[in-house]
Design a protein around this ligand. Structure first.
Ligand SMILES: NC(=O)c1ccc[n+]([C@@H]2O[C@H](COP(=O)([O-])OP(=O)(O)OC[C@H]3O[C@@H](n4cnc5c(N)ncnc54)[C@H](O)[C@@H]3O)[C@@H](O)[C@H]2O)c1
Length: 312
């Protein structure tokens, strides 16, 4: 039985990952400082004898025994990562150093949840892993983007210098149940606004596109990546390449929520990328993976989660 550590295990992706790994008969230890995660996300696991939770901040070292580490701890949405930008960079950089140190001591495999944000506001479309990105090093998103870039650097240096078995996945926009209702990410924003009958905020003219991956597809890819042979380090893009404009998404959400909310237009935030779409050829080949859940099916699950949450 694998003893698997998930940092950020009480978060949106971390809690779904815990479910999946427990389903596959592993021992799971989740650590989290509850900055954006919640007890609610893992409450259903409290009586599972194979699940353990520890409150811990990854900017401090951790001494446990493990043979796989999924490093997910980091606030992921601009409102949260910009709240305390210094702490955001520390979480990515010190967190990576601490978890890589743990992997070195235990000889555990270690996977980093990196992000499409390492591509910044890209000139290449769709983004392939070879593209080095266009990131502003001193802007308001830099604490997250540069923190994640530095974490990738650390992963590859530990791999070269200490022969660690590393895996780096670059995650593109993912959505689904257990997203934070106030994190300002577009899918949760639109759904919560539509369900409350509040105006739907569109930044810019709504023609900018994003691609959205349903959480179950994403978690499947992450687990497949962890289980690849040692020669596969990544970085590998994981996400759903089907693009939607913000206006299309707003209309879909309004229809599914049977909402009469109006659309209001606001200026685009600084450094907001106009378009982002993963090239997933590498994931298709190396992981034999392709996203399966349609946006309609994924949104249906997500809307029903938020309906329940807002009625509690
Ligand atoms: N969801 C996405 O679309 C997406 C896209 C790209 C990358 N990612 C990455 O995936 C990971 C998980 O994202 P998510 O969407 O589940 O976000 P999330 O905010 O729900 O999860 C992050 C978790 O990390 C915890 N955390 C933050 N700082 C910590 C610290 N110093 N010590 C311990 N725990 C800490 C939070 O409390 C939270 O539970 C993040 O690293 C994020 O950057 C997510």
């Amino acid at each position: 039985m694998n003893k698997i550590l998930i940092t950020g295990g009480a978060g949106f992706l971390g809690s779904h990952l815990a479910d999946k790994l427990l389903e596959k008969n592993n021992e799971v230890l989740a650590v989290d400082n509850f900055f954006t995660g919640s007890k609610r996300n893992i409450a259903h696991l409290a009586n599972n004898p194979h699940f353990e939770f520890m409150r811990h901040d990854v900017t401090f070292p951790l001494y446990i025994e493990t043979n796989q580490i999924y490093n997910l701890a980091c606030p992921a949405s601009p409102v949260h990562y910009q709240y305390d930008p210094v702490q955001t960079t520390k979480t990515s950089v010190h967190g990576a150093i601490n978890m890589l140190g743990l992997a070195k001591r235990t000889r555990a495999k270690i996977l980093q949840a990196s992000t499409s944000e390492v591509y910044g506001d890209p000139e290449v479309h769709p983004q392939t892993e070879e593209y080095w990105g266009r990131v502003n090093p001193i802007g308001i998103r830099s604490c997250y983007d540069e923190g994640k870039r530095c974490a990738e650097t650390l992963f590859f240096d530990y791999h070269r210098q200490h022969a660690l078995d590393i895996k780096v996945v670059r995650i593109f926009n993912t959505y689904g149940p257990r997203m934070h209702p106030n994190d300002g990410r577009v899918v949760s924003n639109f759904i919560v606004q539509a369900l409350k009958g509040e105006a739907i905020t569109i930044y810019g003219d709504g023609s900018q596109t994003r691609s959205f991956c349903y959480v179950d597809d994403l978690i499947e890819a992450m687990v497949r990546m962890m289980n690849t042979s040692q020669d596969i380090t990544g970085p590998i893009n994981i996400g759903n390449p089907t693009e939607h404009t913000m206006l299309d998404l707003a209309e879909m959400v309004l229809r599914m929520c049977q909402s009469q909310s109006k659309l209001v237009y606001m200026p685009l935030p600084s450094d907001d990328p106009k378009q982002r779409k993963p090239d997933i050829s590498k994931a298709q080949t190396a992981l034999d993976w392709t996203p399966k859940v349609s946006i309609e099916d994924g949104l249906k699950e997500t809307v029903s989660y938020f309906k329940k949450l807002l009625n509690e």
